[in-house]
Write a protein that binds this ligand. Sequence first.
Ligand SMILES: NC(=O)c1ccc[n+]([C@@H]2O[C@H](COP(=O)([O-])OP(=O)(O)OC[C@H]3O[C@@H](n4cnc5c(N)ncnc54)[C@H](O)[C@@H]3O)[C@@H](O)[C@H]2O)c1
Ligand SMILES: O=C(O)C(=O)C[C@]1(C(=O)O)C=C[C@@H](O)C=C1
Length: 302
Amino acid sequence: MIVPAKRITIIGMGLIGGSLGLALRAAQGANIRITGVDVSEDSLNTARLLGAADDITTDSKAAVKDADIVFLCTPVLQAAALAKEIAPYLKQGAIVTDTCSTKSYLMQQIAFLLPAGIHYIPGHPMAGREKSGIEAADAALFDNKWYILTPKQTADKRAVALVRQVINLTGARITVMEAGQHDVCTALISHVPHIGAAALVNLLAYSEDQDSSIKLAGGGFRDTTRIASSNADMWADICMTNAAPIVDSLDKFNQLITQITQAIREGDRARVHNFFTTAKKRRDGLLQLELSASEQPLSNGH
Ligand SMILES: NC(=O)c1ccc[n+]([C@@H]2O[C@H](COP(=O)([O-])OP(=O)(O)OC[C@H]3O[C@@H](n4cnc5c(N)ncnc54)[C@H](O)[C@@H]3O)[C@@H](O)[C@H]2O)c1
Ligand SMILES: O=C(O)C(=O)C[C@]1(C(=O)O)C=C[C@@H](O)C=C1
């Protein structure tokens, strides 16, 4: 399908912006023109070389003038600042969207920035990896992954439909939810796990025999800490812009850690056993759920 959005500007040609450019290029060929913007000229040159962008520039204001859709693909705090910077240069009817991992903060920031006749449709792909930058970009990154949209109820229906059409091209599965609900859910299933993984790695610093511990680290350590290699800029912004839901989940997590610590200290095998049995049942159930969901036909036509 050829989408009516001919000119797309992607600001932030890193892992997510680069993957988006590659996925749109793979789906639309020369039917769309992609302008890539970044502060790094090296990233821009690589993006053009890979085919993720046709035109490249470090000037975000000039890059958005003719755009039908602008994707903000930088860390959250940068995206808020960029929205303010580009607002006066957008053409009437243009759509601004983003891929940032937290939604309520950005929606509050952007709500009063954009002139009338310009539409903001917030988004967040639940797809990524622990590597950042254009070098890690992959055209298939979004394939069959959830892509969450959190438009306001009053958002322009035509704009939402157009963003859906473009996202569809990446092979992602689209779901729409309210921003607050998004932030609570992602704190639990993404933000706190990343903090947990980083804490596990930082725990090594407390080891009196770090070298042997690291040498012995096997599958368990690797599986639970892969995401600790993620980009600190991105994660600091996520924590600053979704503080309340993250702190709430961390408080509950701390309670669980306190409970299991006590049970082990007291030698209460039954309680320790119950801790692991409950987790195993839940995790096995999750895998089963994922499997049956992946067998369902997708609602967005893929
Ligand atoms: N990495 C993931 O797994 C993942 C998944 C889903 C969503 N996200 C979100 O997508 C966004 C991008 O993440 P990423 O993983 O692609 O990060 P990244 O570090 O790979 O890429 C970000 C790019 O933005 C550029 N940039 C930063 N500030 C800029 C500015 N002011 N103007 C122009 N360019 C600027 C950087 O140079 C970099 O190339 C973040 O908001 C993140 O929360 C990330
Ligand atoms: O797979 C990974 O490496 C990720 O961390 C991806 C992940 C996640 O937590 O699932 C990270 C942050 C994003 O906002 C969305 C996806």
